[in-house]
Design a protein around this ligand. Sequence first.
Ligand SMILES: [Zn+2]
Length: 258
Amino acid sequence: MVTCLLLSGCGAVPVTGRRQILLVSDQEIFQAGLVQYKEYLSSAAISSDPTSSAMVRNVGRKLADATEYYLKTNGLQTEVSNFAWEFNLVKDSQVNAFCMPGGKIVVYEGLLSVAQTEAELAVVLGHEIAHAVAKHSNERMSQQILAQSGLAILSSALSEKSAVVRETATTVFGLGAQVGLMLPYSRRHEYEADFMGVVFMELAGYDSQTAVTFWEKMSSLGTGKVPELLSTHPSDAKRVSNLKNKIPEAKEIARNLR
Ligand SMILES: [Zn+2]
């Protein structure tokens, strides 16, 4: 990528090795995300269902441990410090979940009507954690910064850059006033998160084959109201078959690391 040669802000995605533009520091992304996350949580109602809350914490913890294990055993120890995991179940009938940079995970109660087993929940959480590990928010923000301000922003004062980060954070994270209006990830990011997600699932002890059956189940819910998760994650036949093709590779990666 030409821009990668010109700029210092480049990285490689764990697991896939894809090169990406990262113009914002991990710390800046974490802070911008944290502001939105705290705003969101202060307006959300935490679930009063102890069994389901425990399930979310349990599955989230297993995936977080697996993710950290992957990073540590692949020379990415420093990445582990980017995560301060939190797992929340909120009282909301939306079929949805997200993971902010830093590992701040939120599951809506409505998701549990579709993701009924631990493994099914792990499909969604593994995928959302993968977006965070792959720094897709940073990449999207970097692309927006480049589109809006061009390269000039890179040489401008840090305070100006921070202002742009704050402005773009709202559209990139889609929280706060804009819940449900999150800018969808690109197809490339979705496929990447699918693959990385099933690697983390396998490492956490779940059968990644569940990802195929789960997304098939999700797409069959298309009649009537489209689940929120599907509006940002279109689950078409191409996506499912792509995932299916990647499962042997994911299992192999996990097997070699155990
Ligand atoms: Zn996604």
